[in-house]
Ligand binder design. Structure first.
Ligand SMILES: [Zn+2]
Length: 85
């Protein structure tokens, strides 16, 4: 059995939408909003037994997410701008 092998996962809190790393196996506790959720119900964006790799993956996911959000906001602003005329 591989019960002693720790795996690190990148998950996104469904409540506050914060991406974070966890080594939890069954229940995830959010570092931001402190809510607990069963891991089964969460989307795992990355998983590895290597914490460094997982940290890098988390940074990458956060960066991509930030980029997407910013692009979306740009489009929203454009919509506001054009509908003002
Ligand atoms: Zn949260």
């Amino acid at each position: 059995m591989d019960l002693n092998i720790r795996t690190y996962k990148v998950v996104k809190c469904v409540i506050c939408k914060t991406y974070q790393m966890t080594s939890a196996k069954t229940t995830f506790k959010c570092i931001k909003c402190q809510k607990t959720k069963p891991l089964k119900k969460m989307t795992i964006h990355y998983e590895s037994d290597n914490p460094q790799k997982t940290t890098l993956a988390l940074q990458k996911i956060k960066k991509e997410d930030f980029k997407q959000k910013n692009q979306k906001e740009d489009f929203d602003n454009l919509d506001d701008f054009s509908s003002a005329f």
